[in-house]
Design a protein around this ligand. Sequence first.
Ligand SMILES: C[S@@+](CC[C@H](N)C(=O)[O-])C[C@H]1O[C@@H](n2cnc3c(N)ncnc32)[C@H](O)[C@@H]1O
Length: 235
Amino acid sequence: MVGSEFYHLWGQLLSSVKTGEDATRITLGSSFFEYMTRNPERHRLYDDCMRAVHDPETAPMLAAYDFSGCETVMDVGGGNGSLLGALLCKHPEVQGILFDLPSVAESARQTMEKLGVSSRCVISPGSFLETVPADADIYLLRHVIHDWQDEDAVTILKNCRKAMKAGSRILIAETVIPAGNGFCFAKWLDLMMLLVNGRERTEPEFRNLFSQAGLKLQRILPTSHEISILEGVIP
Ligand SMILES: C[S@@+](CC[C@H](N)C(=O)[O-])C[C@H]1O[C@@H](n2cnc3c(N)ncnc32)[C@H](O)[C@@H]1O
């Protein structure tokens, strides 16, 4: 993946930095996830790539946030299911729903089986740009919102907001760009996301997204990794 699609995307960095335009249409012929939907083999490889890149974040996230006491957690854009699977292993009382595009459903099913938690997890294929299933206590989105510019990001959050019941919480796990001009990993990731029409965000930018979706950013929990957990509630 890094030697093919990502390599060609990074080749357009200068142009993207100059214009602010993403590089997917030039290199992949469509938006990133339209390309993935057209090429299910590449989507499966991308999904494995996400497992490799994001798995080290899972234990720090589960240590930073207390999931005990909640009945149902939905991992929205949960991909291969490694985060939700680990969460279900740590919290045997929790039920899981994994919501993602149909092409990654099989990989998620296999993860749940391998971890022995299939009986507590429903794999629900669909598009979060259209709708999100209802009634979970927690809606979890790790590295999902950073794939999208504000308009689509707000659509996804609004669809989660519609699905939430009284007392539900929404958790966005992303890097948060700090104020100031020092080095930080989030700024490198911001360049990567620029190439695929996404972006990393600052705290005020997240607060604004939440508010446009009818949600309130309640608190931000740092983890021992680069990502933080931004907790949103119905105001
Ligand atoms: C950057 S990956 C993050 C995956 C996972 N949450 C993680 O932390 O590794 C973004 C995920 O969003 C999913 N996705 C993209 N467009 C989607 C859509 N319209 N509806 C549902 N899921 C979508 C992708 O299939 C992918 O699994």
